[in-house]
Design a protein. Structure first.
Lengths: 306, 300
């Protein structure tokens, strides 16, 4: 089985390095970051932190080098999905393409270039420390399921999930993978931008009663949009938010969007709150708070380019 | 005519400097070094005007007794202590508040029986030093009667300000203008403070334009419920201001950039209190209020 990870940042690297442990899987990594690719080819891809793993694989910045693959795993930031899949789609002409990205709309973007698409949501996280070296911060599960408008055959979804699990990334194949995806999107959309706009860590956001109310307002809109699509959330985002606010969990965690804003990098707001707004419009569910938050973070991004 | 300007931030400095050309002006400051700088160097006004005004300054109101007009132009957070200082002084003077938000007049009115005028200003400037202010936007100051005063009293002060080289207009009822500015400010200041954007074209188009429009609509609903007919449509004020070709940095944006306390309580807080009083829901203003408060809490 040949699998290509498209976008080998922190999350892509977790999948690539684990899958490379398997004898029956040949792993390729496609990424635009030249030093990272060179380091992977020279020394392998190293994970440290929650576990120590070194994966040997072929990495390239040139999509033309990619051989035909059974699976693609897209793990770019959401704003790079279309460009990444457009460049690599030829390698997946006979295969299936899964997304393990944040936000809403990635499956739709992939389906413009690939016939067999797998919806995915993953909770593990990390960060790129140096070329070829990723810090693995958080372990967690991944859920995969066919993307209904352009579905991959369920047997293929199961085959990919099985490979990920055997490689050390616990992954479930389910018929409807929207529940975990929306649970994660709602959680992220309700908390990440609040941290980004105020500068507060997750725990400090949650201990301000008026901000916690705003978070709940954002969650409620997301839940209403999910309900309008008959999506059953696999857990209540409110419980996850309170859990994450505990000192021993993620009280001091700076949301990735706050890190993006501090580094003046484009955020994923358009695929989180923006995604909830778009799906809300399609299903006639008003989402004024998500719309406001989307506009504000977009405004923050616009303030850098003047 | 003897005038005391109490509080010499940007607006107070612009008023004091210009009025000193046509009246006997003294400035009441909080900091002694501020008063010293003004007494030693005068007040330089640059930008749309260009002159140095000679005026007196002091931190003790006793030294400035005998004024006929006291203009209260301090930052919102300084209003209570300043009102305390004015109590029992300046008998015979008319007091005029030039403050953001609503309710400054009541804070002053509670401290003495002076006749009171109420004013809102749209002019703007940049304070470069204690003794140097730049006059940037020559938009008007609007004045109306509040307690024990008439439209004619407002007109007399407006005429004085005009003769000093600034724009001013008098009204028999200031509430329609005051509320126009309140809704405009609550919207533009908070959005600027949270995004870091000066008041430019982004406020009139796209996603951010939609948010600005929705915030204005909430504010208009509160005005309607309070029985106030707005003099100007805050959305049109917004669009007009973004087309001036000069991107203004609203004071709340300057405050959060400098990690100073903002006027959120006076501006959006006023609007929310009115909304609560009249049973109007303002979820977006409430959200932005919470975000700005949290941003202030994050300074340290």
């Amino acid at each position: 089985m040949r699998i290509c990870v498209v976008g080998c940042g922190a999350v892509g690297s977790l999948f690539a390095a684990h899958l490379a442990q398997l004898e029956d899987v040949e792993v390729w990594a496609y990424d635009a970051y030249r030093e990272h690719v060179d380091a992977i080819n020279a020394e392998g891809l190293r994970l440290s932190g929650a576990g120590d793993v070194v994966g040997r694989m072929r990495a390239t910045t040139d999509p033309a080098e990619l051989p035909p693959c059974d699976f693609g795993i897209v793990a770019t930031k959401a704003m790079h999905t279309s460009a990444a899949i457009a460049a690599t789609a030829h390698a997946f002409a006979g295969g299936c393409v899964a997304t393990v990205q944040n936000g809403l709309g990635n499956e739709e973007a992939i389906a413009e270039f690939a016939a067999n698409v797998i919806r995915g949501t993953t909770f593990p996280a990390g960060k790129l420390l140096a070329p070829g070296h990723v810090q693995w911060d958080v372990r967690g599960d991944t859920t995969l399921g066919p993307f209904e408008p352009s579905p991959a055959p369920f047997a293929e979804v199961e085959r990919l999930a099985d490979a990920c699990t055997r490689g050390g990334m616990p992954t479930k194949a389910v018929r409807d993978a929207r529940g975990p995806q929306w649970r994660k999107v709602i959680f992220n959309a309700a908390t990440n931008p609040i941290g980004a706009l105020t500068g507060l860590t997750h725990g400090r956001v949650c201990e301000r009663p008026d901000l916690r109310l705003l978070v709940s307002g954002l969650v409620d809109e997301g839940k209403a949009v999910a309900a309008a699509q008959d999506i059953e959330l696999d857990a209540d985002p409110e419980d996850l938010i309170d859990h994450a606010a505990k000192p021993e969990v993620a009280y001091d965690h700076k949301a990735s969007m706050l890190q993006d804003v501090e580094a003046r990098r484009t955020t994923e707001i358009a695929y989180l709150n923006g995604g909830i707004v778009r799906f809300g419009r399609e299903h006639d569910v008003p989402t004024p708070l998500n719309q406001a938050i989307w506009a504000l973070v977009k405004g923050v991004e616009q303030s850098w380019t003047k | 005519m003897r005038i005391v300007v109490a509080g010499a931030g940007t607006i107070g400095s612009l008023l004091a400097g210009h009025l000193a050309r046509v009246a006997d002006v003294a400035v009441l400051t909080r900091r002694p070094e501020h008063a010293r700088a003004l007494n030693e160097h005068g007040l330089r006004v640059s930008g749309r005007s260009d002159f140095t005004a000679r005026l007196r300054a002091a931190t003790d109101p006793e030294e400035l007794a005998g004024a006929e007009l006291v203009i209260v132009a301090c930052k919102g957070g300084d209003l209570e202590p300043l009102a305390e200082e004015l109590a029992g002084r300046f008998a015979g003077a008319t007091l005029m508040t030039v403050q953001n938000g609503l309710g400054a007049e009541d804070v002053i009115a509670a401290r003495g029986s002076w006749p009171i005028l109420s004013a809102v200003t749209f002019m703007s400037g940049t304070r470069h030093a204690d003794d140097h202010v730049e006059y940037v936007l020559d938009t008007a100051t609007w004045i109306g009667p509040y307690r024990g005063t008439t439209g004619a009293d407002a007109e007399a002060v407006a005429e004085l300000i005009r003769s000093a080289g600034l724009q001013a207009e008098a009204f028999d009822d200031l509430r329609p203008t005051q509320w126009s500015k309140l809704v405009f400010n609550a919207t533009v200041n908070t959005v600027a403070a949270l995004t870091g954007l000066p008041h430019d074209f982004h406020f009139a188009e796209g996603e951010l334009g939609s948010l600005v429009h929705a915030l204005v609509d909430e504010g208009k609903a509160v005005a309607t419920a309070a029985g106030v007919t707005l003099r100007e449509d805050p959305w049109e004020m917004n669009v007009h201001a973004t087309r001036r070709g000069h991107a203004h940095y609203p004071s709340m944006l300057e405050d959060v950039t400098a990690h100073r306390p903002t006027e959120i309580e006076l501006i959006t807080g006023s609007l929310m209190r009115e909304a609560g009083r009249h049973g109007v829901a303002v979820p977006l203003h409430t959200a932005l209020y919470s975000l700005v408060k949290a941003k202030e809490a994050c300074y340290s």
